[in-house]
Ligand binder design. Structure first.
Ligand code: GAL
Length: 350
């Protein structure tokens, strides 16, 4: 009987111990679960609010009318450099994609569609045809992606289509006027042969472009406004292109020879071509002919210094590129935009 009670007692003890142990295991399990949940919550918190060191990415799509353009090459290189080197920092990285429209509006419109489909944060557009602006604005507006036009100015109506649209450029009237003034400021006001009028050749960029229209008009207007009589011998389209500039001026020199006193080129690339044609024809800039361009390409500035080109006008690609990038960032940040941001031209003479 004693043995029986002893057995019962030890069984009871074992049972208590077992229950105790079981409870202990549960406790441990509970604690483990709680830790897991806490860790998960922490992970979630990290996902929701990125750590201070994590940088935000802003995708910038840049559509250039064509890569094969001297001035726009300098412009797009500065845009990329400025976004990557000067504007990107620990907090924000600008991921910049630049595409070549190959002078084809249909192709460029597709490229802009792709930026939109890929959810870019902002688009900078140097249109092939300014007349495509309204289509581009409407596409961007539907997707709520701001668009900053550069270099080729859209109409005021196009800019008014949406408040997240702006234009960054220069006033081409100013560059035309400066070209005229460079000629007027010469001792003979451009009348080399003293016949009382300035006989000129005008090499036009792309006639659809306001830069070409205004430079053509205002260079001559500046002379006329000062009372100078002018005579247009040739006015021809050279599409901003050096080879075309050379062809046009070579043909004009063959046809009009010494009658030509001034060659106005809407840009420097064409002035470089004109300089080659002038030299080939045995004419000497500064002695028996004058030549002016616009852009202030490095090569042209060197020719102005050496007297092989009469003058040019600085088209400030650095100022324009940086303004365009700054305005694009304002747009991304939801700031109110002005319609037009204008950078000044500067006269360049010897
Ligand atoms: C003008 C520039 C030209 C050409 C053109 C393209 O402002 O003077 O050289 O780049 O833009 O649209």
């Amino acid at each position: 009987m004693k043995k029986f009670f002893a057995l019962l007692l030890s069984l009871a003890l074992m049972a208590t111990l077992l229950v105790g142990c079981g409870g202990g295991d549960k406790e441990t399990a509970k604690t483990d679960d709680a830790t897991k949940t806490e860790t998960k919550q922490e992970e979630k918190k990290e996902e929701e609010a990125p750590a201070a060191s994590e940088s935000k990415t802003v995708k910038v799509g840049i559509a250039i009318y064509k890569f094969d353009d001297n001035f726009m090459t300098l412009y797009r290189e500065e845009l990329e450099r400025y976004f990557k080197e000067d504007l990107s920092n620990d907090e924000v990285t600008y991921e910049v994609t630049v595409v070549d429209g190959k002078n084809d509006q249909a192709e460029q419109t597709n490229q802009i569609q792709t930026f939109i489909a890929d959810k870019y944060d902002v688009i900078i557009a140097n249109l092939v045809q300014s007349s495509a602006a309204s289509t581009v604005v409407n596409m961007c507006k539907d997707a709520d992606i701001p668009v900053i036009f550069i270099n080729r100015e859209p109409t005021a109506e196009d800019l008014d289509l949406w408040d997240k649209v702006a234009y960054v450029g220069a006033d081409a009237r100013q560059s035309g006027t400066m070209q005229g003034e460079i000629i007027y400021d010469l001792p003979d006001h451009g009348d080399l042969n003293g016949d009382g009028k300035v006989s000129y050749v005008m090499v036009i960029g792309d006639p659809e472009n306001v830069d070409a229209q205004y430079r053509t008009e205002f260079s001559i207007k500046a002379l006329k406004d000062k009372g100078v009589e002018v005579e247009e011998l040739v006015a021809q389209r050279g599409d901003w292109d050096q080879a075309k500039g050379q062809e046009i001026v070579a043909a004009a020199l063959t046809q009009y020879g010494d009658q030509i006193e001034v060659v106005f080129c809407n840009n420097d690339a064409m002035a470089l071509g004109a300089r080659q044609a002038i030299e080939a024809a045995g004419r000497v800039v500064g002695e028996n002919i004058y030549l002016v361009g616009v852009d202030a390409l490095e090569e042209v500035v060197a020719y102005v210094e050496s007297g092989h080109i009469t003058g040019t006008v600085l088209n400030d690609h650095v100022g324009q590129a940086q303004t365009a990038a700054d305005v694009a960032i304002k747009a991304v940040n939801g700031e109110t935009l002005e319609k037009n941001y204008t950078v000044d031209y500067v006269k360049v003479t010897k």
